[in-house]
Design a protein around this ligand. Structure first.
Ligand code: 13P
Ligand code: ZN
Length: 284
């Protein structure tokens, strides 16, 4: 440790990280997601890119409780800090016990090791979906340098829709856009869709990250959804809106369609809000 860091360390009294706004935000998100039925058991995971200046108010950023190999390279994230949910941890329990259910990691200089700064006190580790999360962070940061949150969950209606709807992402998105006027406002950039794949590995991580170059929302057929955002609210709001639209789709799919939102009307919405619908996805 440099003299400067040592001096900083002894001159500073660190606040309890459990009181940090970013920890509280993740706790609240997990509770809301659980209550909405999106995250049964340990289903779902969140990763939150933190600023060094936020972390150093609470933790020794040069410290390391444990080193955990990640099994993939995330070189451009070296030195970055993430608050991440733990693997096997129940979302319903996060708020009452963040120190066992969450962790704060710093990506080591090698880009393939996570240094644990806080959390997983029972010996736990980061979500098995860390590849999809960190690879998606890399994609989203290249599209939007302000992106900070990747959120994965298993919302009931989105999942159900992937069993009965064509998985072509243009068609899938168009069905969602037509369900609520606000959908075009919330996700004019559309929803990417991946076919069923085995989860928790680098392959699905790479496929998700490829979609995340283009989309802030990626559906995993027969599994769930990923949302990305500058804030927790943005990622949450994207998933929440798709889930509501999917519910409406399922409630009406078997009934005669008497009214709909036409492509002309979808264009009027986009124009009215000065947004651009994904190129070529409206039939006009
Ligand atoms: P983790 O418990 O490893 O976060 O996995 C949950 C999940 O949703 C897998 O896709
Ligand atoms: Zn999952």
């Amino acid at each position: 440790m440099s003299f400067e860091n040592f001096a900083k360390k002894i001159s500073r009294s660190l606040s309890d990280v459990k009181d940090a706004p970013f920890v509280k935000e993740v706790c609240k998100a997990c509770s809301n997601m659980y209550r909405l039925g999106w995250d049964e058991r340990n289903g779902g995971n969140i990763s939150y890119l933190l600023e060094e200046k936020e972390v150093e108010k609470y933790l020794d950023t040069e410290g390391c409780l444990r080193e955990i190999p990640m099994g993939f390279k995330a070189n451009i994230l070296a030195g970055k800090y993430f608050l991440v949910t733990g693997t096997g941890k129940y979302f319903k329990n996060v708020e009452e016990d963040p120190a066992n259910n969450l962790g704060i990691i710093k990506i080591a200089a090698d880009g393939e090791t996570a240094k644990l700064l806080w959390g997983w006190e029972d010996g736990g580790r980061f979500t098995s979906e860390l590849p999809a999360h960190l690879m998606s962070h890399m994609s989203r940061l290249s599209a939007d340098p302000e992106n900070r949150v990747i959120m994965h969950s298993h919302p009931t209606n989105i999942l159900a829709m992937t069993f009965v709807h064509d998985l072509d992402e243009r068609e899938f998105t168009r069905s969602l856009w037509r369900m609520i006027t606000e959908c075009m406002v919330v996700f004019p950039d559309g929803v990417g869709v991946l076919p069923w794949m085995l989860c928790g590995n680098n392959e699905i991580g790479e496929a998700t990250a490829e979609k995340m170059k283009e989309f802030r929302l990626v559906v995993w057929a027969n599994h769930g959804i990923y949302g990305a955002g500058k804030t927790m609210d943005e990622a949450f709001g994207l998933i929440e809106t798709v889930e509501k639209a999917a519910e409406l789709y399922l409630k009406t799919a078997h009934l005669p369609r008497v009214n709909t939102i036409t492509d002309e009307q979808l264009k009027i919405i986009a124009d009215g809000f000065h947004l651009k619908a994904k190129e070529g996805w409206l039939d006009l």
